[in-house]
Design a protein around this ligand. Structure first.
Ligand code: FMN
Length: 189
């Protein structure tokens, strides 16, 4: 089976997630090709047996490039098994209402794009303070403080549960019902 993994990112954490997914798919004996949302013109769905899309939430929105691509290809994508990995800080929140809010946002995204994946995973993202400009750092520090998160702006803070992500990928591959291949190749974005 060949899995196409598409990601969008602003600060790079979702790229890391997409590459991790690709490595898991390969470790299960399948092929994976990773595409950056900036190069979605290159995606050839004819080679795909399944599609996984990874998108981060920024200011309550997923990247518009991914939304546009999903809307444009909704008919072709409907023929393929699909999975969505949403990346957000709300998923790391101790407050249940934040989790509910992000699930609502994800459902609205599916309704808007017309793409309805079989499986959805809500992954916690990262705080990458050193990469933010002054204002963004201030804003994120304020949000982290409110949520009881780390306010040490000298380093990155990663909240992703990598084991849970691998388990999700394995369940999706299982759901697709494919037999592992002998030779695998991945093209990192
Ligand atoms: C300016 C900014 C706005 C954000 N807005 C939200 C938000 O509305 N909801 C949320 O849950 N997380 C929000 N986040 C957290 C991101 O989803 C998280 O940092 C994620 O790991 C970013 O992924 P990326 O590095 O691939 O861009 C925001 C982060 C930044 C820097």
């Amino acid at each position: 089976m060949h899995v196409i993994v598409i990601f969008g990112t602003v600060e790079g954490h979702t790229r890391k997630i997409a590459r991790n997914i690709s490595a898991t798919v390969q470790s299960l004996g399948h092929q994976a090709t990773v595409f950056d949302a900036g190069d979605l013109g290159d995606v050839d769905l004819d080679i795909a047996d399944a599609v996984m899309v990874c998108a981060p939430v920024h200011m309550s929105q997923y990247p518009s490039a991914i939304a546009h691509w999903l809307s444009t290809h909704a008919d072709d994508l409907a023929k393929l098994p699909g999975a969505f990995v949403s990346v957000s800080l709300a998923s790391a929140s101790p407050f249940p209402e934040e989790h509910a809010e992000i699930r609502k946002l994800t459902e609205a995204f599916f309704d808007r794009t017309g793409w309805h994946p079989r499986l959805v995973h809500q992954a916690a993202g990262a705080l990458r303070y050193p990469r933010y400009d002054f204002l963004k750092r201030l804003l994120m520090k304020h949000i982290a403080y409110r949520e009881g998160g780390s306010t040490d702006v000298t380093k990155d803070h990663e909240f992703t549960n990598w084991n849970a992500l691998s388990a999700f990928v394995a369940s999706f591959v299982d759901e697709c019902g494919a037999t592992p291949e002998k030779a695998n190749q991945a093209m990192p974005a």
